[in-house]
Design a binder for this molecule. Structure first.
Ligand code: ACO
Length: 322
């Protein structure tokens, strides 16, 4: 059994098409000023017809494998978090398996909305430490543009499409203190009506659009996210000052700033992509991670805390030494 699982590589994929706030304001009653002031969002990427959940997930996964210096032969499990799969089944994870030419192992999808990546990472961590897998692709891939009510200005300005991925492996002796220190998951089903998709293949008579009570989500977000980060630190005997980087779920700049303040982190220690990506749900944390690892901000030895909250209501955190 491995003592710890490590994040050996990270990668991301963003659709080619960028849609600015001004472009949205041509079709719905909104303004660039309103969106930026309330959310910090300036633009989002929107998937084209061939940029499916599986396609984007596979591109992000391939980038994570390359970053780890590994290939398809090193993968024996794929865990893909999404609320917007291309099909009810097969699992999108298996479309990615086929696309990448991975010939062994297993895969499945995880449904935990915006917290999906943290949930998937927690499963991968347990499987690697338990000896059930030795190379796990953990992917968040989302095409929320397909479940938006594009006439609802209260929601459609907030989301974007994209995919992020990490490759998780057992740590080696040389890795020392490196790896996933702990993950912490929570859910409260009684809050399910604050953010949901109205319909699915089992309820085709419904709209299939995202519905949200933004104010209530906001109220829960900061308190629950701060608590779940503190829970992770406490579990490892660490304090706020030990954190090198916060990689938060990218829903809203005001939530991210409030989290940074609660943790006593300067703005330079918080990875922010929401201005350019908007909220990509399960893809938002791995996309932000890929950006900050790719540009050299997150370095070997850094302590990184990731957190997310989303529909369900679900929330969670992961504490990782890179
Ligand atoms: N453009 C212009 N005006 C708008 C828009 C828009 N896009 N959307 C709503 N408005 C109007 C409303 O109609 C309302 O007008 P009224 O006062 O005449 O009725 C006014 O702006 C205020 O609306 P509120 O919804 O009260 O605005 P609020 O300040 O709460 O901001 C927001 C809305 C940005 C959604 C905020 O509640 C929020 O960020 N909530 C968090 C939700 C979130 O991040 N969800 C993502 C999914 S969950 C997650 O990932 C954590």
């Amino acid at each position: 059994m491995a003592s710890r699982a490590v994040i050996a590589g990270v990668g991301g994929y963003l659709p080619k098409r960028i849609v600015s706030n001004d472009e949205l304001s041509r079709t719905i009653d909104t303004t660039d000023d309103w969106i930026q002031e309330r959310t910090g969002i300036k633009q989002r990427h929107i998937a084209g017809p061939t940029e499916t959940c599986a396609f984007m997930g596979a591109r992000a996964a391939a980038a994570a494998l390359a970053d780890a210096g590994c290939g398809p032969g090193d993968v024996d499990a794929i865990i893909l978090a999404t609320a917007t799969p291309d099909q009810a089944f097969p699992a999108t994870a298996l479309r990615v398996q086929a696309e990448l030419g991975i010939a062994r192992g297993f895969g499945f999808d995880v449904s935990a909305a915006c917290s999906g990546f943290i949930y998937a990472l927690a499963i991968a961590d347990a499987m690697v430490r338990g000896g059930q897998a030795t190379g796990v692709l953990v992917i968040g891939s989302e095409v929320y543009s397909r479940i938006m009510n594009w006439a609802d200005r209260g929601t459609c300005v907030l989301f974007g499409d994209g995919a992020g991925a990490v490759f998780v492996r057992p740590g080696t002796d040389q890795d020392g203190t490196r790896g996933i220190l702990s993950t912490h998951l929570h859910a409260q089903g009684t809050l399910g009506d604050l953010l949901y998709v109205d319909g699915a293949v089992g309820r085709p008579e419904r709209s299939g659009h995202l519905v949200m009570n933004g104010r209530e989500i906001f109220r829960h977000a900061v308190a629950k996210l701060a608590a779940v980060v503190d829970e992770a630190l406490r579990a490892n005997g660490l304090i706020h000052a030990d954190i090198d980087w916060l990689v938060p779920h990218q829903a809203n700049r005001r939530i991210i700033d409030a989290m940074g303040r609660k943790l006593g982190l300067s703005a330079e220690r918080v990875v922010v992509t929401v201005d350019r990506h908007a909220n990509t749900s399960a893809a938002s944390v791995p996309l932000a991670l890929a950006e900050a690892c790719g540009d050299g901000r997150i370095k070997r030895g850094n302590l990184v805390v990731m957190e997310a909250l989303g529909g369900g209501m679900t929330w969670g955190s992961a504490l990782v030494r890179f």
